[in-house]
Write a protein that binds this ligand. Structure first.
Ligand SMILES: [Zn+2]
Length: 202
């Protein structure tokens, strides 16, 4: 695909969402129209989403901060800020969307009906596992936990809800001690292999 076509394709991802300032939280992503529960708001599967994956040690050696900068996609595989839309999605302890990793990128799924103009959020804890990451949270939700930590620290009922919706990283440890299965499994395996310097088959 030519560079221009590739850029146009990326722009089409923004057809139903927009980025705007959100009070006290920098920028956020908002719904440009209403979405039904279970519908897909954003599909980013251009294949470049997993570029530049690194281990935590590599990222920290380059000055990146675990809580501020990195998005965990594998047991020890992290994405740097990459100017993708998901960089702008704020956390909520009562989110209206979830992220589903796929072999070529990710999808944003509506966890409930979303009205036009609503800010889109997801629960960062669905992609945090096995790290000491803890951020303070003041998301304003009635169920705000006060801190954002590993998936393992979430109330069991909430874990079940996210797992059932398929919006949890496969690397995340579940209550049964098994990795969560999701559509993103292949992507995360590939990502981890790349972070480890192994060849990845297409
Ligand atoms: Zn909160």
């Amino acid at each position: 695909m030519s560079d221009v076509l590739s850029r146009l394709k990326k722009l089409t991802k923004c057809l139903h969402i927009y980025i705007a300032e959100t009070p006290g939280r920098g920028f956020g992503i908002f719904a440009a129209r209403a979405f039904a529960m279970g519908s897909t708001l954003v599909v980013d599967e251009d294949g470049d989403y997993y570029a530049g994956i690194m281990t935590l040690a590599e990222a920290e050696a380059r000055g990146y901060d675990l809580s501020q900068d990195l998005f965990q996609i594998g047991t020890d595989a992290f994405l740097l800020p990459n100017a993708n839309l998901d960089d702008f999605v704020n956390h909520s302890c009562d989110p209206n969307t979830g992220l589903m990793l796929t072999p070529a990128g990710y999808r944003m799924i509506a966890l409930r009906a979303i009205a036009q103009g609503e800010e889109l959020t997801y629960d960062y804890s669905t992609y945090i596992s096995g790290t000491p990451e803890r951020m303070s949270c003041a998301c304003g939700a009635a169920t705000c936990r006060g801190t954002i930590g590993a998936f393992e620290t979430l109330p069991p009922a909430l874990q079940e809800r996210y797992l059932a919706a398929g919006v949890v990283g496969r690397f995340v440890a579940t209550p049964a001690g098994q990795p969560a299965l999701s559509v993103g499994a292949d992507a995360e395996r590939g990502a981890e292999a790349r972070a480890g310097g192994e060849a990845v088959s297409a």
